[in-house]
Design a protein around this ligand. Structure first.
Ligand SMILES: Cc1cc2nc3c(=O)[nH]c(=O)nc-3n(C[C@H](O)[C@H](O)[C@H](O)COP(=O)(O)OP(=O)(O)OC[C@H]3O[C@@H](n4cnc5c(N)ncnc54)[C@H](O)[C@@H]3O)c2cc1C
Length: 283
């Protein structure tokens, strides 16, 4: 059986050159946790990003940049500043199991967005930005656009995700809630709900509710989110919004649970996540 050649580039520039040299005959890997699941034959060249200097956290005045090779296990609230950092750390802590969190990378979780993938929910809820690079271009794509279609349509040949950027908010300016259910601790999530809210002087200035594991990609639930805008925190009717969030969702069939059950559980998880986020704002 023909074996693939593994490459371990030491920088992004070297990675991009290799991608160019082996165009059409290679795949990049982050944590490489999806390699074993590939049904097709492995390509002749595998480009491992582990040594490409893409594991970092850089804090700028308005935003924080996280390298795409940052692993779930490294995404602790200590490592990631602000409310957005705490949100990402909370979601990362739910992903898979400890051994897998030591392997799975932020870039891999984003690039291969399965129905159950969890980091995309937090990135959508915060309106984060995905940075991509190829030999000839640098692109920044908002999460709402990035996750609106299959990543194979967004990420071009010869391009990699280099970093993810999220806005910096201090406690009191923003808050989040994250809820999910799975059948066992090692199962993929059956359902996940992420909520991210911002406020100014007690008035909601932005609100995003994202539901995962109901379709091939996470769903940003626009209508009830919009209903919170410009409202006082104390005036938010959590029960009404949670019921509305679930009402019009189209839920794909899942052999693990009926769509009716999942619909009901969206309301429940949404209520919990919204309550947590609103309580966080009120602190
Ligand atoms: C048993 C099991 C349970 C799991 N449970 C969960 C769970 O509960 N929640 C959850 O969110 N995830 C879960 N996962 C993880 C998820 O399914 C993927 O395996 C994981 O997100 C892939 O990350 P990775 O770093 O290993 O990517 P890789 O396997 O290295 O790559 C995945 C894909 O992304 C591409 N890619 C990787 N990095 C980049 C980059 N920087 N730029 C461009 N393309 C890139 C690769 O070419 C490949 O196509 C689980 C995985 C397993 C095996």
């Amino acid at each position: 059986m023909a074996q693939s050649t593994w490459h371990h580039p030491q920088s992004v520039a070297q990675t991009l050159k290799l991608l160019n040299t082996y165009a059409g005959q290679c795949v990049v890997v982050g944590g490489a946790t999806t390699l074993a699941l590939r049904k097709d034959k492995l390509p002749p060249h595998i480009i491992d990003l582990s040594a490409a200097n893409l594991s970092f956290v850089r804090v700028a005045p308005a935003s924080t940049l996280i390298g795409s090779m940052t692993r779930m296990a490294d995404m602790s609230p200590k490592a990631l500043p602000g409310v957005g950092g705490a949100f990402l750390a909370e979601v990362a802590a739910h992903v898979a199991t400890t051994p897998l969190r030591n392997m799975i990378t932020l870039g891999g979780n984003v690039a291969q967005c399965y129905a159950w993938s969890e980091m995309p929910l937090a990135l959508l809820a915060m309106d984060a930005t995905v940075h991509l690079r190829s030999l000839s271009s640098r692109r920044r794509i908002k999460a709402t656009k990035f996750f609106s279609q299959s990543s194979s349509r967004i990420i071009r040949d010869g391009e990699i995700i280099t970093q993810i950027e999220y806005p910096n908010y201090e406690a009191g300016q923003a808050a989040f809630g994250y809820e999910q259910i799975r059948r066992t601790v090692t199962d993929y999530p059956l359902l996940s709900v992420a909520v991210f809210l911002t406020q100014d002087k007690g008035i909601i200035t932005s609100s995003h509710i994202v539901v995962g594991s109901i379709k091939t990609r996470p769903v940003l639930v626009t209508q009830p989110s919009g209903m919170m805008l410009d409202k006082a925190i104390d005036d938010i009717d959590i029960d009404l919004l949670s019921a509305k969030a679930a009402k019009d969702l189209i839920i794909s069939s899942d052999p693990r649970a009926s769509t009716g059950y999942k619909q009901e559980m969206v309301t429940v998880l949404c209520r919990r996540a919204l309550s947590t986020a609103l309580a966080g704002l009120a602190k």
